[in-house]
Design a binder for this molecule. Structure first.
Ligand SMILES: C[S@@+](CC[C@H](N)C(=O)[O-])C[C@H]1O[C@@H](n2cnc3c(N)ncnc32)[C@H](O)[C@@H]1O
Length: 243
């Protein structure tokens, strides 16, 4: 059983730099303000009743206005790490919190052909390019009830740019592990600026550690990546499912 950390896995390409050059100057601040609002809301509520999927989060993404798809990097990074970790291009992949399909598009570019999606915000789903996914589950992952996806349905689960406060939280990881077959892989990222507030990163790590101790995962790998989404770093987790 191992936990390992690797640094600087993803290197920005010229295409990535061109994407950043198009970033509207105020868009990042608008989004940061929204995340702060969700955090405050969750704190004021005292506890996270529907942890990870408030109506506000889904409503926000359903009406997302700015040209989101143009510059979100995380899907590219996640797809790259899937390509390095999963050799079978026929592998069944579930892209969780798929948004407008950015990770799915990048997985297809890398030859994966069997990709489904789970995403609760209808407005995001409406912008997924045709043929990106096989099935799209229009559902959220909730704390207290399982999704409609059967046990062990997938070889791999991806979550790009959606693990963080008010989104997918540590409490949801067992439900994601349930969907992935023994020996399968879960790959997700977390922005470095999400690690500190409300101890999100340490709560996540503690939960992953306890799931490894109880035999849900055999290994937990962390890759730190530079300059994802403008100038921030992110950390990609690769979990091997044991069960
Ligand atoms: C920043 S977007 C990322 C979308 C996409 N993965 C990408 O890389 O572009 C976050 C997404 O998480 C979804 N989301 C938030 N909470 C969720 C939950 N509990 N279950 C499933 N999806 C959730 C939102 O609806 C939104 O589409």
């Amino acid at each position: 059983m191992a936990t390992a950390t690797h640094i600087h896995r993803y290197v920005l390409t010229d295409e990535d730099r061109a994407i950043f050059a198009k970033l509207p100057s105020n868009s990042k601040q608008q989004y940061a303000d929204k995340v702060t609002e969700w955090r405050v809301g969750l704190t004021e509520a005292g506890q996270q009743v529907n942890a990870g999927c408030t109506d506000s989060v889904v409503e926000y993404y359903s009406t997302y206005q700015f040209p989101y798809s143009a510059y979100y990097m995380n899907g590219r990074v996640i797809a790259q790490i899937v390509a390095e970790s999963v050799s079978d291009k026929q592998a069944k992949i579930i892209d969780i919190a798929a948004g407008t399909g950015l990770a799915g598009i990048e997985l297809r570019k890398r030859g994966f052909v069997n990709i489904d999606a789970l995403e609760p915000a209808h407005g995001m789903i409406a912008n997924i390019p045709k043929n990106t996914y096989g099935k799209v589950y229009e559902e959220a992952i909730y704390k207290y009830k399982p999704t409609s996806i059967s046990n062990d349905s997938y070889d791999c689960a991806t979550i790009a740019a959606a693990v963080g406060p008010g989104h997918i939280e540590e409490i949801h990881i067992p439900e994601i592990a349930r969907m992935v077959r023994p020996g399968g892989t879960i790959i997700f990222d977390i922005q470095e600026d999400e690690v500190e507030p409300q101890n999100f990163g340490s709560k996540l790590d503690a939960k992953l550690h306890s799931l490894r101790e109880t035999g849900v995962f055999t290994s937990i790998m962390k890759h730190k990546n530079m300059y994802i989404y403008d100038v921030e770093d992110n950390i990609v987790y690769t979990l091997k499912v044991a069960k």
